[in-house]
Write a protein that binds this ligand. Structure first.
Ligand code: DX5
Ligand code: ZN
Length: 224
């Protein structure tokens, strides 16, 4: 499967947000990971629709919107309208996950579901065939710059084995604590959409994107 890099703007310098996104895009990143936090599902508050709408006017990157928001069904249409391409909701945050997935698709977006580090893969039993992407959180959501939780590796591996068994080509995204020195672990386990915040926006953005893409190239020919 194609491997994608999804720089998370949570780690950007907001004074220079546009400039930094352009650098990531020009270096070859296609996805833009946009972390929306509501101060309820997670302790922190980040940004919302007006920010996404302004970015949408300036870039054609694929907007990968990660909603760390309680009862996200209240906002799906508005996030779609301001430019989201993929909308990912947490299974822990939805009362009716099946309905929310349908709601996302009805807006013309790709649907993703996210699992916190201790949430079981069994929560996917009845939706695995319906979603475009599963986001395996590799830190507890809420903040950038945390350490990768090592039990995630086995979870990613089991999820990839499961989709292979079902014959489903589903994207597996990983998010949190991924850096150049440990990204091989999640790639080997079967993840193919790699989120990185501090690993991209700290230091030289262009160099960081190149380095990740160079690592990805080594995994390009693995079995789909
Ligand atoms: C955490 C967010 C992440 C975060 C990742 O709740 O969902 O997307 O920005 O940041 P790093 O790569 O710094 O761990
Ligand atoms: Zn995220």
């Amino acid at each position: 499967m194609k491997i994608h890099l999804a720089p998370s703007i949570l780690a950007a310098d907001f004074w220079q947000l546009g400039k930094q996104i352009t650098l990531a895009e020009e270096a070859g990143a296609r996805y833009l990971h946009i972390d929306v936090m509501d101060g309820d599902f997670v302790p922190s508050i980040s940004f919302g629709m007006p920010v996404i709408a302004s970015l949408r006017k300036r870039t054609n990157m694929l907007f990968d919107v990660h909603l760390m928001v309680s009862d996200p069904e209240r906002y799906i249409e508005r996030f779609a309208a301001c430019g989201a391409d993929i909308i990912t909701v947490h299974v822990e945050a939805c009362r009716h996950v099946d309905r929310v997935i349908q709601q996302i698709k009805a807006c013309g977006c790709k649907a993703g579901v996210a699992l916190n580090p201790v949430t079981s893969l069994h929560t996917l039993d009845y939706i695995i065939g319906m979603v475009d992407m599963v986001l395996v959180m590799t830190v507890n959501p809420g903040f950038g710059g945390q350490e990768y939780i090592k039990t995630s590796t086995e979870k990613i591996r089991r999820l990839r084995a499961w989709t292979d068994e079902l014959g489903i080509k589903m994207d597996i995204q990983v998010d949190g604590g991924i850096r150049k020195d440990n990204v091989h672990v999640v790639l080997e386990a079967g993840a193919n959409v790699i989120v990185s915040g501090t690993g991209i926006f700290t230091g030289n953005i262009t160099r960081n994107v190149y380095d990740y893409l160079e690592i990805f190239a080594k995994y390009r020919n693995r079995k789909a």
